[in-house]
Design a protein around this ligand. Structure first.
Ligand code: FAD
Length: 300
């Protein structure tokens, strides 16, 4: 495929050819994207989706790339990274946000407007779109608790709105994991609150994160979902894997549910370590750890 034609057709869209994704992922791993595009508004997203359909080019969607591992061979086709869609507006108790906006900045904006309900998410480093896709959650809260509606563009280039019910949220699940729609916008319904109480809650949760998570290293957060009746971190710890390392990827000693990049880890190092952990925990406790993080792209 000659992607220069795409650049010529849409000179106003920020498009990069053959770009290493390790510059963008939270784990600092991943080979090159054939094309990496940063649309600035929904119209540009729609233009690209129509072009993709016409040319039968594969699409990969990235938010802030904080919950995925990109393999070392990179990604064929077009990677749409939505972090340039950043508008946040507040009307009464409703916060309307473009999908590439940072979830952390959205929490801060809600606080500044004296709105409560999003404090649980104040340390989740994803975009709003990625958080909706994953139904991200922490400290007893989940995105599904605060979403009013979600606007998407379908693979056919059509705009569509989902109500909260239609999003089919579950534990780290949403309908968007099946539809492949591009989330472009969302409305959060919050409640009026006391700004000091909101700030205190955010400070308390931030301190808990700093104390328990290895935030000083690149990682993709908790690698595994919480198995029913267990904690993934505890199972990994009990299997004696804290500090275990393959290549540059290491099981964190601070939080065994995190795999940190300590020395130029590759996607292959991450994937090998994930498999090693799954096998060891299965052998020790008979529990199958299911991945929360997505693995995408081609082998080197
Ligand atoms: C230090 C650290 C701490 C973390 N703590 C938490 C936590 O407490 N709770 C938690 O739930 N997660 C946590 N995470 C994981 C991660 O931040 C969340 O899952 C976040 O919601 C992912 O958002 P993202 O924009 O980075 O998504 P990405 O990693 O870019 O993508 C994740 C998935 O969402 C899809 N996607 C992204 N944007 C869109 C869109 N606009 N439209 C359609 N699909 C899209 C992608 O295709 C991909 O399949 C943590 C990660 C790190 C690194």
């Amino acid at each position: 495929m000659n992607y220069n034609a795409l650049v010529d057709q849409y000179p106003h869209i920020d498009i990069h050819l053959n770009t290493p994704l390790s510059n963008y992922t939270y784990t600092n791993t991943g080979g090159p994207a054939d094309v990496l595009a940063f649309p600035k508004n929904s119209q540009e997203v729609q233009d690209l989706l129509v072009w993709l359909k016409e040319t039968q080019t594969p699409l990969t969607i990235l938010g802030n790339a904080s919950n995925l591992i990109v393999k070392d061979g990179g990604i064929r086709g077009l990677v749409l990274m939505l972090t340039s869609l950043t508008d946040i507006t507040v009307k009464g108790s409703v916060v309307e946000v473009a999908s590439g906006a940072s979830l952390i900045e959205t929490c801060q904006k809600a606080r500044d407007e004296h709105l409560t309900g999003l404090e649980f998410a104040c340390g989740i480093p994803g975009s709003v779109g990625g958080a909706i896709f994953m139904n991200a959650g922490a400290y007893g809260g989940e995105i599904q608790d605060v979403i009013e509606s979600v606007d998407v563009i379908t693979g056919d280039g059509e705009f569509k709105t989902y109500t909260n019910d239609a999003c089919n949220f579950g534990y780290r699940q949403s309908v968007f994991q099946e539809t492949g729609d591009v989330i472009v916008n969302a409305k959060f319904r919050l409640e009026p609150g006391d700004i000091t109480a909101i700030q205190n809650k955010m400070d308390e949760l931030t301190k808990m994160r700093q104390d328990r998570q290895p935030l000083e290293f690149p990682s993709c957060g908790s690698v595994f979902k919480r198995p029913e009746g267990y904690f993934a971190g505890k199972l990994i710890q009990d299997a004696g894997l804290q500090g275990y390392q393959i290549g540059g990827a290491k099981v964190s000693k601070k939080h065994a549910g995190f795999i940190i990049n300590v020395d130029k880890a590759t996607g292959a190092d991450y994937i090998a370590l994930i498999k090693h952990i799954q096998d060891a925990v299965w052998e020790k406790d008979g529990v199958r750890l299911e991945r929360e993080v997505k693995i995408i792209g081609d082998d080197a």
